[in-house]
Write a protein that binds this ligand. Structure first.
Ligand code: PEP
Ligand code: MN
Length: 345
């Protein structure tokens, strides 16, 4: 089996020296593109928003000195113009941009007649149609070299979860079923958000049949101005790439459809547990509130309300009411013990 293609480079371009030092240290690792974000769409204002246009020249230096092909993220037509002027060889669309069809269309229009390779991350929410729609908009603009990049999703549960983004693998499978020949990469850096989990996530991605990996890599990760916790050094990447050579795709059995259903079930089970953990967190806060306001922990009226609402919901969803009653009695019991635990001196 062909080894996975690798895109590597820092989350953000910070200085010409940082880019050159990173690119030079990547020498010898087979890398398809060197990535670095110039315009960073940040969730909250005040975070490092990237160096902007100035970094185009730095990427040109990387290309000249290392011979690597270079790519960056575009979010606006203005970025596309700058990229085309500066000789950048490929672009990616970030999750926030892909979530906005108007933004995607503007970028597709700006690329018309200049068919650069485009990597398209999945949107923020687990919506396969939105991802597919972005790919179609670029295809309609005449872009033929398109790669999808799976980077997981922001969900209600990500704050509590082990990973930074929730990887609903079923969404990647679904995209693949619509577009079987489209190359599909995995971005373990944004899924996991932590450098010690990059290698296991790469392994999972290869076993699941992804065609390539986009990995954030920085010459001094701890000093990175964005996504420091998930970036790895070029040397760490070298080790990972060497060890991945022995990693094999898992044989999909003749019951591939059954395996896909099981993947979905396992994701749902994880979600159920994350929701339960979140519920218990709220229970803990309620315990503390009750203690401060001298309210008894056990309030039978409240429990009756929970049961009645759950039964109504069960009816609406076509679930067995007696089962839901048993389930919520157990959840309530746990909630009471969590509240009691929370107010222990
Ligand atoms: C990135 O690749 O640095 C980035 C911003 O990714 P995403 O759009 O997946 O959050
Ligand atoms: Mn990043």
């Amino acid at each position: 089996m062909a080894p996975p293609a690798i895109v590597a480079g820092p989350c953000s371009a910070e200085s010409e020296e940082q880019l050159l030092a990173t690119a030079n240290s990547l020498r010898g690792i087979p890398i398809t593109y060197f990535r670095a974000g110039l315009w960073k769409p940040r969730t909250r204002p005040g975070a490092f928003q990237g160096v902007g246009t100035e970094g185009i020249q730095w990427l040109a230096s990387v290309k000249k000195e290392s011979g690597l092909r270079v790519m960056t993220e575009v979010s606006l037509p203005r970025h596309v113009e700058e990229v085309l002027k500066g000789g950048i060889e490929a672009v990616w669309l970030g999750a926030r941009t892909v979530s906005d069809p108007f933004a995607v269309q503007d970028i597709a229009d700006a690329l018309k007649g200049n068919p650069l390779p485009v990597f398209i991350k999945n949107p923020i929410s687990p919506d396969t149609q939105l991802w597919l729609g972005a790919i179609e908009r670029l295809q309609e603009a005449g872009i033929t070299d398109i790669t999808a990049v799976f980077r997981g999703f922001s969900t209600l549960h990500t704050a509590k979860s082990f990973h930074r983004n929730t990887p609903y693998w079923s969404v990647a499978y679904e995209l693949k079923s619509f577009l079987p020949s489209l190359p599909l990469f995995c971005d373990p850096s944004h899924i996991t958000g932590r450098r010690d989990e990059i290698e296991p996530m790469c392994r999972t991605a290869i076993e699941m049949g992804f065609d390539g990996l986009m990995i954030e890599c920085h010459i001094a990760p701890n000093e990175a101005k964005s996504d420091a916790a998930q970036q790895i050094t070029p040397d760490t990447l070298r080790g990972i790439v060497e060890r991945l050579a022995s990693c094999q795709r898992l044989e999909r059995s003749q019951h591939a459809q059954l395996e896909s259903f099981r993947t979905i079930l396992s994701e749902i089970d994880e979600t159920l547990l994350m929701v339960l953990a979140r519920r218990m967190e709220v229970a803990r806060s309620i315990g503390q509130y009750k203690q401060e306001h001298l309210i008894p922990i056990l309030q039978t009226d409240q429990f009756s309300t929970v049961l009645r609402e759950s039964e109504e919901r069960a009816r609406r969803l076509g679930l067995d009411e007696a089962f839901v009653r048993r389930l919520f009695s157990a959840i309530h019991e746990l909630s009471i013990s969590v509240q009691t635990e929370a107010i222990k001196p």
